[in-house]
Design a protein around this ligand. Sequence first.
Ligand code: ZN
Length: 420
Amino acid sequence: MDPKRLFDFLAASPSCYHAVQALSDRLTQEGYTQLHEADAWTLTAGGKYFVTRNGSSLLAFRVPAGAPAGFLMAAAHTDSPTFKIKHNPEKKAGPYVQLSTEKYGGMLMGTWFDRPLSVAGRVVTAKDGKLETKLVDVDRDLLVIPSVAIHMNRTANDGMKYLANIDTLPLLGGKDSGGILPIVAKAADVAENDILGCDLFLYCRGEGTLLGENEEYILSPKLDDLECACGCLEGFLAAKESGNIAVCCIFDNEEVGSSTKQGAGSTFLRDTLRRIALCLGKDEQKLQMMLARSFLVSADNAHAQHPNHGEYADPDNCPYMNEGVVIKFNANQRYATDGRSCAVFRAVCENAGVPTQVMSNRSDLPGGSTLGSISDTLVPVSTVDIGLPQLAMHSSWETAGVQDYEFLIRAMTEYFGSAL
Ligand code: ZN
């Protein structure tokens, strides 16, 4: 399978705001109507809708023709570890001009060196007394974070400690530099003086590529978790009517703990489900009954067994690339999967002809956490944590399996079309 749509989505998503814009464009093309939280909603049976919050999280949903039994939901995230540019960013080092940045999320810092970088995000302008938000992508090779040469640091290959206030400041230019704001203003097509606020992030230039002996691997920035975001949406769009309300949730801020107004730890999903139920004439008791019959697939990429470093995984509970969708387990509930939700999802995958694998961290390594357990505290539904196996998670370029992406689409198509 040619994952062209995934590559297009990755290329269109240099920031979380661009990812939501790309998802919104796709949903609009597919006949979905955008709703706004600030407006009154009128929903109809058979209607298809989406709503965004902060321009960086999105919920798409579809109302069945008949009375809905519950909510069939899937969740992924839009954000990736990167560097955020500070508001007064320019720093001088002799004639050089560098940018002050701070870390967003827990990246592998060494992977950001010596490659072309650019800047994307959003600017907020004031025009005629009105605030306007515009997405911006400088969209050219602009910055580099240079390594220190081996001749000057002979121990560089013995392990590096990176300081975010020194080592990872990108180089913008020399003595003729006019600073970053004029470049951003030009790219956004706004007057520099009109910019009152901005959220600007670095991103790696270059498009994702297929590699491996049989082109069986994808190498790209942001596979965690745009791969799951794209695959979940594809399945959501392709699924047949299930008699449930299908909900595709794409949250921001997973990489910084989800506790923001638009993250999986926010009221965004709970508010939206409640609003859907009320608009369809259901009362609180009916909503509780619907939630009790609902299910969430929390989809965030998983660590594939590393070819050079198998010692970091539990050898009996670790996934491999191109061997199937991963079901994640953790006794301390960093992953929300339990025996029942595992069985539900496995049955879905069996019906779709999709292989599954399991992942538990090595018992003396804590591992990561993700959306499912966080979302469940506000929207308590049976949840399975899944993901696609990948290498080099939180590197600026990550590797995943082509076949697994197709498996995810097939699994999600079956899931969103199932009666559970
Ligand atoms: Zn993730």
